[in-house]
Design a protein around this ligand. Structure first.
Ligand SMILES: [Zn+2]
Ligand SMILES: [Zn+2]
Length: 343
């Protein structure tokens, strides 16, 4: 089969590789669409240690079941599916609690580290364990289904964060995950949804996606902008979807007394935070990692039209455009959101 193989930092090759064979509890999928994740783009620079070449990336995908292992029940060839990006073990304490994103032996599809290697979906076929498969409702297209994984990340962050009806919710970082988190917050009842970013093209996009208002934090004081727009300088809930010190500090300042701050971005591993501000203002800070059971919710909301992922798809290209697509995303081409590849 043809596969887009990451062979060295910044490099891909289209290679002919053997079609993978499903083991007894695995399912082989003929891939129809696969998204390029921000983490893939970060990974191809060679700086993360999580895409050690050679690796076939791709953890945001959809397709048709092609073959199932001997012990697989409940999913059959011909069915339209997507799958969880986390390969969880399904029996450790975390998995038994439904916190599959925290599985002690988890692997991520399309990721290679010094301890594991799992080829992903930027190829004609991908093999995954049967228990991470989700069937697609008829109303959900393959392209939309390839967006379920990032949508799930946003939905998970919204789900674990207390959001009351009519709350003011600020999302710092209007990238894909930020925008999808905002939609999750809206579904949970957020009354006023504000996006903050330093890029005008992203803010314009956020407006198009239903933001009540947007703030360019490069040009003004965000607290002052909030005060002007809603009469108060803070938010009930802040989501941080960037992950660097300056935006985390800003997010903390914008969280109201006793409010909730959920951290999704983690670009900078170590940052400094104002401890006094956290303690004396009794802010609850939580991390949000990946997805823990939000796939069915996202599939349902997309099928109902309540979660919109299509506007985030900028391009749909053949696998042979993989290298150029990664390069365009890496260079931050203005207005570019999700690129889907069609193997
Ligand atoms: Zn991803
Ligand atoms: Zn587990």
């Amino acid at each position: 089969m043809k596969a887009l193989v990451h062979t060295a930092p910044f490099k891909f090759e289209i290679r002919d590789v053997p079609v993978p064979t499903p083991q007894e509890n695995e399912v082989r999928i003929r891939v129809q669409a696969v998204g390029i994740c921000g983490s893939d783009v970060h990974g191809y620079t060679g700086t993360t240690g999580r895409r050690i070449p050679p690796i076939i990336m791709g953890h945001e995908a959809s397709g048709v079941v092609d073959e199932v292992g001997r012990a697989v029940t409940g999913v059959a060839p011909g069915e339209r599916v997507t799958f969880d990006s986390t390969v969880y073990c399904n029996h450790c304490p975390a998995c038994r609690l439904g916190k599959v994103n925290l599985c002690q032996t988890r692997k991520i599809v399309g990721v290679s580290t010094p301890t594991f290697h799992a080829d992903g979906a930027m190829a004609e076929y991908v093999v995954v364990p049967s228990w991470i498969i989700h069937k697609l409702p008829a109303a959900v297209s393959f392209e939309e289904a390839a967006m379920i994984e990032p949508a799930g990340v946003g939905m998970h962050a919204a789900r674990i964060t207390p959001i009351d009806v009519n709350d003011v919710v600020v999302v710092v970082g209007a990238g894909q995950i930020g925008l999808l988190t905002g939609q999750g917050a809206r579904i949970k009842g957020a009354g006023t949804l504000v996006f903050m970013d330093v890029k005008e093209d992203r803010l314009a996009f956020a407006k198009k996606m239903g933001a009540d208002f947007v703030v360019n934090t490069a040009t003004g004081d965000p607290a002052e902008a909030l005060r002007k727009a809603i009469g108060r300088p803070d938010a009930d809930v802040v989501f941080e979807a960037v992950g660097v010190e300056a935006t985390v500090a800003m997010s903390l300042r914008l969280t109201k007394l006793g409010g909730n701050l959920t951290l999704i971005g983690n670009v900078t591993p170590q940052i400094q935070m104002n401890l006094q501000e956290i303690v004396s203002r009794e802010v609850t800070i939580r991390g949000s990692a990946a997805i823990a059971g939000e796939y069915p919710a996202c599939l349902n909301y997309i099928a109902q039209g309540r979660l919109e992922v299509k506007p985030l798809i900028s391009r749909i290209l053949p696998l042979t455009e993989g290298q150029a697509s990664f390069d365009a995303l890496h260079h931050g081409e203005p207005g570019l959101m999700k690129i889907l590849l069609r193997p």
